[in-house]
Design a protein around this ligand. Structure first.
Ligand SMILES: NC(=O)c1ccc[n+]([C@@H]2O[C@H](COP(=O)([O-])OP(=O)(O)OC[C@H]3O[C@@H](n4cnc5c(N)ncnc54)[C@H](OP(=O)(O)O)[C@@H]3O)[C@@H](O)[C@H]2O)c1
Length: 322
């Protein structure tokens, strides 16, 4: 089978197309023919070494496909079942092996593209808006990178939960997408100072929560925008990691909360994985959540997908088609 392997960390050029054997299932595993693999920013961190994984390894955390083999201990799944997954390294490939306990059954009416797109970014938007800081009517939320993969889904969920949403994006085209997802206000943070703009736009000049996946270029200004006891949800670092900071700052700026959450801890049990994915699938089926598949690439063009993602050229979900 074809797979995208990295033998050393670095830029997109380190992605190599390799031919390797189709994996065999262990006792508790299934092997899946990958129909669609998701590209996520975490793949960039794995590739460039920001998240340490020792090469060589096959990149990719997410996908959807058909079960072609099951281990002897697997009772819940059978050959032919449609499944999706996240958090499984090795998904940029024609076949992937995963523990049966991490495979999510895909409803019949959900297509392959939607199934893959719902997993990592869909469940992330879900836990951020429903659990990390459960949004409610009357809240104002600042969502950075509002036209990105997570961003467009988070804006929709925040809007549906009754929050007022201020989004930041880099271009007019992205602004339009974020507005159509339900953002009340959009700031072009590459052209205007978002701190001054949020003070102008938010009721009382402050927000109850900042959802920040950009990191280095946005984090410290975001702290200045929170109302007392507000929450900074730092969930990524697309622009770079933030430097260490003095915890006393949180007290001075209004007894703030800061959290650095990870999806893995919000789908740690099989029960939570299934209920969260079911919620996201239900939102898609009922028309409440619109997925934007912004870009599809051949599996072998994964390096180009990385260049576009890091170059801020993409919107919504990016998929690889093996
Ligand atoms: N903690 C978790 O559980 C979790 C789960 C999923 C994703 N994440 C994080 O959420 C973020 C979004 O992931 P995604 O896959 O949906 O990606 P994405 O948002 O589609 O792409 C990243 C976006 O970040 C913005 N950005 C701002 N400064 C940037 C810079 N210097 N370089 C590159 N991009 C920059 C760009 O939007 P503009 O051009 O509009 O600025 C870009 O399109 C990532 O940081 C990811 O690690 C975290």
């Amino acid at each position: 089978m074809k797979a995208i392997q990295i033998n050393r960390t670095g830029g997109p050029e380190v992605l190599e197309v390799v031919e390797i054997g189709v994996p065999k299932p262990g006792e508790e595993d299934v092997v899946v023919k990958v129909e669609t693999a998701g590209v996520n920013y975490v793949d960039v961190y794995h590739r460039d070494g920001r998240y340490a994984v020792k090469p060589p390894f096959i990149l990719g955390q997410e996908g959807a496909g058909t079960v072609i083999a099951v281990g002897t201990g697997v009772t819940e799944l059978k050959v032919g079942d449609r499944v999706a997954w996240t958090g499984i390294m090795g998904s940029y490939a024609e076949y992937v092996k995963l523990p049966a306990s991490r495979a999510v059954p895909v409803p019949e009416k959900i297509g392959w593209h939607e199934a893959a797109a719902a997993m990592l970014q869909g469940m992330t938007a879900h836990y951020l808006s429903h659990d990390t800081y459960p949004l409610k009517k009357g809240d104002t939320a600042l969502v950075h990178a509002a036209a990105g993969g997570v961003g467009l889904l988070l804006v929709q969920m925040a809007h549906q939960l009754g929050a007022r949403v201020i989004g930041t994006v880099s271009t007019e085209e992205k602004a339009e997408l974020a507005r159509s997802a339900g953002a009340d206000e959009i700031i072009l943070y590459t052209q205007t100072d978002f701190e001054a703009e949020v003070h102008r736009l938010a009721p009382d000049g402050r927000v109850q929560v900042v959802y920040d996946s950009v990191g280095l270029s946005t984090f410290s200004k975001g702290l200045n925008l929170l109302s007392p006891r507000g929450m900074m949800v730092l969930f990524g670092s697309s622009s770079g990691n933030i430097p260490p900071f003095e915890l006393g700052t949180l007290s001075q700026k209004g007894s703030l909360f800061v959290t650095r959450p990870s999806l893995a801890h919000y789908i740690a049990t099989r029960g939570e994985l299934l209920s969260r994915s079911r919620d996201v699938f239900d939102m898609i089926l009922s028309g409440k959540l619109r997925l934007r598949i912004g870009h599809t690439y051949k599996l072998t063009d994964a390096a180009q997908a990385h260049k576009d993602l890091e170059g801020r050229k993409t919107t919504g979900k990016i998929l690889l088609l093996p």
